[in-house]
Design a protein around this ligand. Structure first.
Ligand code: FAD
Ligand code: SIN
Length: 562
């Protein structure tokens, strides 16, 4: 067997039918979760691209922790609650802020190299933080963390890695309702794997929107899998739109970190006017939802064609030496797309960035289904409320994954490997329709459930998504994506089967989360944090509740304000 950063290349012959724990995803949450599980447990880590590929690796600004002498977990808690617009669970935020110091200490122990100034850990300011508390490693903090975590995971003999391997569905015991494993697409086969604990660490779902800072793996798979298995989901309408993604023809929506504004950059319109203070007294450093809406509204009011319009990030107020030192990746990527940050302002526009909603979990990461846990962006711990405070998500991944050190697992009920049914697996004729849905869904969602939402646009989109879901359900390939008979593993003969199944399964997941986001957004008739309704523009006390989804049930749930 070969151990590399591209994965632990297991042959299908050495995949047992059961593990103590299966971790799905290899971002900060999945990698750290695998490391925290006791080394006596046999752990399988599956990840649908190369090891470490995900949003975590792209994180720029940093990781928040109150380490400065003028700072405290209490101040961090207050800033998080303020940004969360009344929807954070206080006990979860308290847990996050009070464990931040230990999380950083653990990352340093593992070898993460944060920037230092005068021999001390350096920190920076980001929007809605009252203190400079964001630790960073230049503008590639995520890479610094993920590369170290991945290297440590590769050293651990109890962790087996399958990459690329795609988790298709959760395996629920119909008698006990327990999640007892997963179905996995790996090397042209679908196999059922048992586990005492299944840990979803599949990240966010930014690919549901036409404009997103997220990588292509962020298709909301964990939320869709959990929903189909009957777990409780929470606050799905809350999506954070980052104000400053690169907006250049043909370029990806590459993130221009909030830390650039934290270091002093100004937002200006095409006449060079600094407009953010027209919308909030904190200007560029107001909470993200406020700045994103400020840009949206400013363009609606002032631009001749708002769809084509953009604003700019002017870096003139930051000394060039500091830009060079702090933002080498941003300099290089902008240059690649024809923008010289030293000579011109960077064209930017908002893009979908972070999903506050997710699979509801308690402080020990347990979901409503016994045996199923969720960590990182796919979970809803209650720390982000309606709008996440910058740099709190990497922290959440580490603080909550650390809870798995306490997890005690019964030995897995190992059964003999199943035999494989053979299937041709040729769905070429169906792929055109799937590709068309996959291409059109993000634009529909951006229009209906982007920065500004309204009942009519949401309802139209719900009808369209329902139509696409029924079209997809009628295709033969969908039966294999769902393939709900654990008594049978399947081996596909066609060489294209795996690629096609993955595309179909991701499209199904995107349609499921799209449907749930739209329904939740139509249900919440107010505006709060990342959810803005032009037909209900005010925040309402009566809506200071979570929304929860379980199957077809959409309801509210009281806040935990202990
Ligand atoms: P990810 O890192 O996205 O990992 C998800 C993993 O799950 C991936 O390995 C993926 O391949 C795998 N996966 C998904 N579905 C399946 C499946 N069906 N089967 C198998 N594997 C699957 N937050 C901060 O705190 N600070 C920052 O500076 C910061 N900057 C950011 C910059 C960018 C550009 C982006 C996009 C986000 C940023 N965030 C930042 C947010 C933060 O990075 C993420 O919320 C966080 O890293 C999520 O970690 P995760 O482990 O939950 O998910
Ligand atoms: C950024 O660097 O602006 C992203 C930080 C975050 O999303 O927390």
């Amino acid at each position: 067997m070969e151990k590399t950063l591209n994965g632990f290349k297991s042959t299908t012959a050495n995949i047992p039918a059961g593990y103590d724990a299966i971790v799905i995803g290899s971002g900060a949450a999945g990698l750290y979760a695998a490391l925290c599980l006791r080394s006596c447990y046999r752990v399988l880590l599956v990840t649908k691209s190369k090891l470490g590929v995900g949003s975590s690796k792209w994180a720029q600004g940093g990781i928040a922790a109150a380490i400065a002498t003028d700072d405290s977990p209490q101040l961090h808690l207050e800033d998080t609650l303020n940004a969360g617009a009344g929807l954070c669970d206080r006990s979860a935020v308290d847990f996050l802020a009070s464990n931040a110091y230990d999380a950083i200490a653990s990352l340093l122990d593992l070898g993460v190299d944060f920037d230092r100034k005068d021999n001390k850990l350096a920190t920076t300011l980001e929007a809605a933080h009252s203190r400079s508390r964001v630790l960073h490693s230049q503008d590639t903090t995520g890479r610094a963390i993920v590369d170290i975590l991945a290297a440590r995971v590769l050293e651990r003999p109890n962790i087996q890695i399958l990459a690329p391997a795609f988790a298709l569905n959760l395996w629920r015991d119909p008698q006990s309702d327990r999640c007892q494993g997963i179905s996995l697409l790996y090397e042209n086969q679908i196999r059922w794997l048992r586990a005492t604990a299944v840990i979803l660490a599949t990240g966010g779902g930014g690919q549901i929107f036409a404009k997103t800072t997220n990588p292509t793996v962020s298709t909301g798979d964990g939320v869709a899998l959990a929903w189909r298995a009957g777990a409780i989901l929470r606050d799905l309408e809350f999506f954070q739109f980052h104000p400053t993604a690169l907006n250049q023809p043909d370029a990806p929506h590459f993130l221009i970190s909030e830390a650039v504004r934290g270091e002093g950059a100004h937002l200006v319109d095409d006449e060079g006017r600094r407009f953010a203070f027209d919308y909030h007294p904190k200007g560029e450093l107001a909470p993200r939802d406020v700045v994103s809406r400020a840009i949206f509204n400013h363009l609606e009011k002032n631009a001749r064609d708002p769809a084509m319009a953009r604003v700019f990030l002017n870096l003139e107020a930051i000394p060039p030496e500091k830009i060079r030192h702090r933002f080498p990746n941003i300099i290089q990527t902008c240059r690649q797309w024809g923008v010289d940050v030293f000579a011109q302002p960077i064209p930017v526009a908002p893009a979908a960035h972070y999903w506050m909603g997710g699979v509801a979990v308690d402080i020990a990461n347990a979901t409503s289904l016994p045996g199923l846990y969720a960590i990182g962006e796919t979970s809803s711990t209650g720390v982000h409320g309606a709008n996440r405070l910058a740099s709190n998500s990497l922290l959440e991944c580490i603080v909550f994954a650390a809870q798995l050190q306490k997890l005690e697992l019964e030995p897995v009920d190992l059964q003999e490997p199943e035999s494989f049914g053979k299937v041709r697996g040729d769905w070429q004729g169906e792929m055109g329709e799937i590709e068309a849905i996959r291409d059109n869904l993000p634009a529909l969602m951006w229009h209906a459930a982007g920065i500004c939402r309204s009942r009519s646009a949401l309802e139209e989109a719900i009808a369209k998504v329902s139509f696409w879901r029924s079209r997809l359900a009628d295709l033969e390939i969908s039966q294999y994506c769902l393939h709900l008979s654990p008594e049978e593993n399947l081996a596909f003969e066609s060489e294209t089967a795996e690629e096609h199944l993955k595309l179909a399964a991701e499209t199904m997941n995107l349609l499921d989360i799209g449907h749930l986001i739209l329904k939740s957004a139509a249900f919440r008739t107010e505006s709060r944090g990342g959810h803005y309704r032009i037909d209900y523009p005010d925040k309402m006390d009566s809506w200071q509740v979570h929304t929860i989804v379980q199957g077809d049930r959409l309801d509210t749930a009281a806040m935990d304000n202990d």
